[in-house]
Write a protein that binds this ligand. Structure first.
Ligand SMILES: Cc1cc2nc3c(=O)[nH]c(=O)nc-3n(C[C@H](O)[C@H](O)[C@H](O)COP(=O)(O)OP(=O)(O)OC[C@H]3O[C@@H](n4cnc5c(N)ncnc54)[C@H](O)[C@@H]3O)c2cc1C
Length: 467
């Protein structure tokens, strides 16, 4: 295979999560790579996918020599700046069923529940709160999404995985004048994302994995990696690059959007007032959804998956600091939870998400090489990256097992339209969807052009959005 150059990631400011995690426990960053290194498996990317893969490799064979190379510092990427919703695929059952069929949908959802126990087993304080996940309908247009989730689980014989909540049931958990009915997924927890990423790094170091930070991989070819300070030879290479693999090897199969959040100062009294004390992770039923959760000290994080779209698989500065999407997240807080409208905002930030045509990730091996990759989580990677780690470790070891047999491996996925059509089309659809959802939330009928643009993904059977 010919040499492929990589565009290294841009610098970003640490999220509030990462600052808190570093204040809780300060670990020096690992040294950059200097010189030549020879290992059995080299992993590129120090997010959850790379770290879980490294740990899974050592669990399968403790004698393996494994190196992990991260361009910046662990925790600066999306794995240290996400919303901290930790769950598998029960909440994606309608999508799984449409894409994979009934049996494979159930097999994948069942396999994905190992993520929460695996985080628990790390034995570190990562603010793990197992309060379940709730999807609420905040407008009549969102009722269908809730109803579909409940009906799909019932039809597949797993009604307990998507339990209907009446408007009164929802009010028992959280009071908002906006919320209608909802659905409760028991498979759902929240974490402090950066504490979790740094806990994985410590586990990796303790397992004997050689970790290098401030080590951007600048080029890759089968069996070898180049970095500014030295080279790595490895029989097996694993790319855990998330949005940075959108150009290669997943060009044409995923596109990069921004997701953005605001985090309030502690407001425990206001949370008591609206009865949101159960630690539930909550999403609404929009296509560009709002996601919201609490922290143990009574803060609220509100996120919006409505950020910008980047051209040609880039992760440019506008995705790393999408102030418009951050403002939409703040607006979401004021609209969905008016009792919290005056809560002071402590921090806001954003980051890239890698959205695939069917909103499910894809794992595989570049044909004719020993380069393995996994990406396309589409904004739901905190839990599924554990599954990704199991799959990638098995691929790297050449195993054919329960992990490589999962339907996310080597599957055929739809290609997105080529650039510049992908970017231009994505922008039109995003504008139409946002305009429609905002009009509906304000009690207005969306304009005809907005409705027409928002309908395009449905007509192409290619849903945009983040879940
Ligand atoms: C604001 C926001 C909120 C989110 N909220 C949630 C949520 O609540 N729940 C959920 O499930 N998911 C959420 N996500 C998505 C989730 O964060 C990701 O799916 C998950 O972190 C992916 O992990 P990863 O290890 O695959 O990728 P990443 O965490 O992106 O790790 C990839 C790493 O590769 C490194 N890298 C890139 N190029 C190179 C190179 N050339 N050389 C070396 N290293 C390189 C990057 O620096 C990065 O650290 C959110 C994302 C964002 C941005």
């Amino acid at each position: 295979m010919r040499r492929r150059a990589f565009r290294p990631p841009l610098e970003t400011r640490p999220s509030w999560w990462l600052e808190e995690a570093r204040a809780y426990r300060h670990d020096e960053p690992a040294q950059p790579l200097r010189g030549e290194l020879q290992v059995d498996v080299a992993i590129v990317g120090g997010g959850y996918t790379g770290l879980w893969t490294a740990l899974a490799l050592k669990e399968r064979d403790s004698a393996l020599r494994v190196a992990l190379l991260e361009a910046r510092e662990i925790g600066l990427g999306p794995s240290g700046r996400n919303g901290g919703f930790l769950h598998g695929y029960w909440s994606s059952l309608p999508t799984l069923r449409a894409v994979l069929g009934d049996d494979e949908a159930l097999r994948l959802a069942r396999a994905s529940v190992g993520a929460i126990p695996a985080v628990r087993a790390l034995g570190e304080d990562v603010w793990l709160r197992e309060g379940g996940m709730v999807k609420v309908a905040a407008t009549p247009a969102e009722d269908g999404s809730v109803e579909r989730a409940i009906a799909t689980a019932r039809e597949l014989g797993v009604a307990e995985e998507a339990v209907p909540l009446s408007p009164d049931d929802v009010r028992e958990r959280i009071v908002s004048p906006r919320f209608r009915g909802g659905v409760l997924y028991r498979d759902g927890a929240t974490v402090q994302p950066a504490r979790f990423a740094l806990a994985l790094k410590r586990a990796a170091l303790a397992a004997g994995i050689e970790v290098f930070e401030r080590t951007p991989v600048t080029a890759v070819r089968d069996g070898a990696l180049e970095t500014p300070g030295g080279t790595v030879s490895a029989r097996e290479l694993v790319l855990g690059l998330n949005a940075w693999s959108t150009g290669w090897p997943l060009g044409g199969r995923q596109t990069n959007f921004a997701s953005a959040v605001v985090l309030t100062e502690p407001v425990p009294d206001l949370l008591e007032q609206i009865r949101w004390t159960g630690g539930e992770a909550i999403v609404d039923g929009r296509m560009f959804l709002h996601y919201f959760r609490t922290t143990p000290d009574g803060r609220v994080l509100m996120g919006s998956g409505s950020g910008r779209l980047d051209f040609g698989g880039r992760v440019s500065a506008s995705l790393l600091d999408d102030t418009d999407a951050q403002e939409r997240a703040h607006q979401g807080l004021r609209t969905l939870l008016p009792a919290l409208a005056g809560a002071p905002v402590a921090a806001r930030w954003s980051g890239p998400i890698d959205v695939s045509a069917d909103r499910l990730p894809r794992f595989g091996t570049v044909p004719g090489t020993r380069i393995h990759y996994g990406a396309g989580y589409s904004g739901n990677g905190v839990g599924p990256s554990w599954l990704g780690g199991q799959i990638l470790a098995s691929l790297a070891l050449g195993l054919r097992d329960e992990w490589t047999a999962l339907p996310l491996v080597g599957r055929r996925t739809r290609r997105l339209p080529p650039e510049p059509l992908r970017w231009a089309g994505g922008k039109v659809v995003r504008w139409g969807t946002l305009a429609s959802e905002e009009a509906i939330a304000a009690g207005r009928r969306p304009s005809r052009p907005a409705r027409a643009a928002a309908a395009i993904p449905r007509l192409l059977r290619m849903p945009l959005g983040t879940r």
